[in-house]
Design a protein around this ligand. Structure first.
Ligand SMILES: Cc1cc2nc3c(=O)[nH]c(=O)nc-3n(C[C@H](O)[C@H](O)[C@H](O)COP(=O)(O)OP(=O)(O)OC[C@H]3O[C@@H](n4cnc5c(N)ncnc54)[C@H](O)[C@@H]3O)c2cc1C
Length: 491
């Protein structure tokens, strides 16, 4: 009997799960509340510009290769990847900018120039990070996290110590490197995981390996080309997509998730994969007796930050900017305090400026620049036009102060996006951008469970469950959820 599977949400996790389940013989329908596919990785087009709405860093190319290889394909069948060099630039102040070269020997020289003896330490740090990457990505991230027993295997247990699951990445870096700039550069990648380096296990120096050894890549045409590739693969496997189809309820019968209800009708399934934000599905789509967690549980979770974003079209080309520019010219600890400890709009924010048109002529009209400003923000804070404007001006003033460029002089397109939009567009708990933070207490089997505890045919996937936030983990999450379902069908 062909099993019918309903997937709620078309982000990377939903697409990965849908494609895999269809390949294994299931009849799969994806319900997406928005009118376009891709979730947080959607795009929009305006006045000749193409804006990726979410992810802009393409890291861990192996995970994308792995996904496509499951279907006999490769990334190159769908998009052209280029490795960025420099990978990115970190702005510490006026005339104080560090460019991270793609070439490892040049990177060693850069480290040595900032701190004598640090190149050798970098070798040691990255050898350890590579070990963590291999064990982490080959083993840990593929565990569904149902129970701690999955980690009881001696080899894995032994590696728990070597992987430094229980100490923080911040102390590991501070113990090795004295130079503040090097410390900040090495702590930056874990910000993708939504928590501070102090609260992130040292296991995640695997992100440094991904950053400094595997490289920063870019799919020409924009990150959305990757979504296009995933959708094409899914369609080839027979997946059906319904857009503008918000699921309003999951109906339950005989301890099974029976059907999903949209504005158009009710659709019955043998299995349901919930890839919309976990909190939303758990608290708003399920009847009270079938929720995995209480409101108290959710209120105690550390969510990853939300963001204030600006998508800008400029009718000029900028001098001296890179594709990825990190403005680390203020104290990170102060901004982190405003996100995690005393949630409020930050006094002195760090922010990120992405200029994909530096690499890619397709994303802006000739002679124009495509810009994306991102400022991490505490989830759940007040959001209004006035606040957005204040921070737009703050970011522009900083770019002007440091780069001598006033972005405001040449704007031909401007759109902002913030907490309220994350809630409205994605049903995001507190307007989070990146899901649940990967803190020491919210890692692996300590994350919200992939499986509903009472409804044996309901699975959750995406950036709020295992293995965590980010595009590669979301792809893995979708595949893990799909494989768990296939196990119950086949064995
Ligand atoms: C601004 C921003 C920048 C980022 N930058 C990077 C980066 O550079 N690199 C990186 O690796 N990661 C980045 N990330 C994180 C990455 O984009 C996410 O971790 C990943 O895309 C999440 O995929 P997902 O499938 O879990 O969730 P989503 O992409 O959110 O997909 C969930 C989908 O479910 C839909 N949905 C919700 N409720 C319902 C419902 N009731 N009915 C139907 N559909 C529903 C939503 O509309 C959405 O389409 C970024 C995220 C943001 C927001």
């Amino acid at each position: 009997m062909v099993k019918r599977v309903g997937v709620i949400g078309s982000g990377f996790s939903g697409l990965a799960a849908a494609a895999y389940l269809a390949k294994e013989g299931c009849e799969v329908t994806v319900f997406e509340k928005n009118d376009t596919l891709g979730g947080r990785a959607r795009k929009f087009e305006a006045d000749g510009f193409t804006f990726d709405m979410g992810p802009s860093w393409y890291w861990m190319p192996e995970i994308f290769e792995l996904f496509f290889s499951l279907f006999g394909k490769k990334p190159g069948d769908y998009y052209t990847l280029v490795r960025l060099d420099p990978s990115y630039e970190v702005v510490f102040g006026k005339n104080d900018v560090v460019s991270l070269p793609a070439d490892y020997q040049s990177l060693r020289e850069l480290f040595e120039s900032l701190e004598k003896g640090s190149a050798d330490k970098l070798d040691i740090f990255l050898a350890d990070a590579e070990y963590k990457y291999r064990v982490g990505m080959d083993e840990f991230v593929w565990k569904p996290g149902h129970s701690i027993l999955e980690f009881a295997d001696f080899r894995v247990f032994q590696s728990l110590f070597k992987l430094q699951m229980l100490s923080s990445i911040s102390s590991q870096i501070d113990n090795l490197f004295q130079n503040e700039k090097l410390r900040n550069i090495l702590k930056f990648p874990v910000l993708f995981l939504g928590a501070t380096p102090e609260n992130t296990p040292a296991l995640y120096s695997l992100m440094n390996y991904a950053d400094l050894k595997l490289g920063t890549w870019y799919p020409m045409g924009g990150m959305y080309k990757v979504i296009d590739g995933f959708v094409e693969v899914a369609r080839q496997q027979g997946v059906k997509f319904m857009t503008s189809a918000e699921v309003r309820e999951i109906k339950v019968q005989n301890n099974l998730a029976q059907s999903v209800v949209t504005g158009e009708g009710e659709y019955s399934f043998d299995y349901i994969v919930a890839s919309g934000d976990y909190h939303h599905v758990d608290q708003h789509l399920l009847p009270a007796g079938y929720r995995n967690y209480s409101t108290k549980y959710w209120s105690e979770r550390t969510m990853a930050p939300s963001s204030l974003l600006f998508y800008l079209g400029l009718n000029t080309k900028l001098q001296g900017v890179q594709h990825h520019n990190l403005f680390f010219d203020r104290d990170f600890a102060v901004h982190a305090n405003d996100i995690y400890t005393n949630p409020k709009w930050p006094e002195e924010p760090l922010f990120y400026m992405c200029v994909p048109s530096v690499t890619d002529p397709e994303v802006a009209p000739t002679g124009n620049e495509n810009i994306f400003l991102l400022m991490p923000l505490a989830p759940g804070v007040e959001d209004n036009e006035n606040l957005r404007d204040v921070y737009f001006n703050k970011m522009c003033a900083r770019v002007k102060e440091i780069m001598n460029i006033d972005l405001r002089d040449n704007i031909v397109f401007k759109r902002s996006y913030c907490v309220k939009d994350f809630v409205k567009d994605y049903n995001a708990f507190k307007g989070n951008a990146y899901g649940l933070a990967n803190t020491l207490k919210q890692t692996a089997f300590l994350k919200p469970k992939l499986r509903n505890k009472k409804l044996t045919n309901l699975y959750y996937t995406g950036q709020l469950t295992t293995p965590g936030p980010g595009v590669p983990p979301s792809i893995i999450s979708g595949l893990v959820a799909a494989k768990e379902i296939i196990k119950t069908i086949k064995y």
